[in-house]
Design a protein around this ligand. Sequence first.
Ligand code: ATP
Length: 261
Amino acid sequence: MMQGLRICNFSAGYAKRQVIENLTVPPLPRGKITVLLGPNGCGKSTLLRALAGLNQAKGELWLNGEGLQTQPFARRAERVVYLPQSLPAGVHLHVLESVLVARQASSGKSGAEAQAEAMALLEQLGIASLALCYLDQLSGGQKQLVGLAQSLIRRPELLLLDEPLSALDLNYQFHVMDLIARETRQRHIITVVVVHDINIALRHGEHVLLLLNGELIDSGEPAQVITPENLARTYGVQSRIECCSRGIPQVFIDGLVARPG
Ligand SMILES: Nc1ncnc2c1ncn2[C@@H]1O[C@H](COP(=O)(O)OP(=O)(O)OP(=O)(O)O)[C@@H](O)[C@H]1O
């Protein structure tokens, strides 16, 4: 059985606008973090939502050898989890309840075992002390961490995270990427993460997809894809990549080669 996610001749968009047209992507690996990069409006969220079956789409999607497009939505929702940029407002649950609801939705399991698992995950994310706080009383970053707990507890085969770091401080960005990498590796998940910070992509990504105007510009290992040429072409920035004293490559932006858009 072919492992990983295969995307072939895939088109997605909205009633009046096709955003992704005939996209074919080399297989996305299991057990690794794929970072999805590209400028504002290039179609990253549209692609993730379409992979989750939440946007109109046509074409072929194969998840670990099984076709996704023809699967009933409930089965697909068990296998594929999409975490949007922000959690829906107005949900009157406390943090622990919301994670348990997510757990139940995908495995039907509840009770003491599920509760212990949920608490362990909140602990790992450093938010166990918030377990009994209501979602609408949390800060933006805290909500983002809860969203991540809700997604991870569902144990998906394909985990789609749309800018999961956007509200997190520096320490949490690092910690969360490490945690996502560990879960991804241990549970053999295919994880796709949208980030805008190119240095996070370079440091924590294990595979990179670079999109521009709904088209794939490049894909592969971070150091092969995140190059000054590709950054100039997609983001219009002039950049250089240098290793710091610890040998970790870093991107420095020296200026613009083009105006946005
Ligand atoms: N509901 C919608 N209806 C119609 N067009 C939409 C809708 N949502 C997004 N679009 C359009 O689709 C294109 C891609 O948007 P998308 O949100 O996928 O971009 P993105 O790469 O995630 O951007 P960003 O980095 O700013 O979040 C944009 O031109 C946007 O205007």
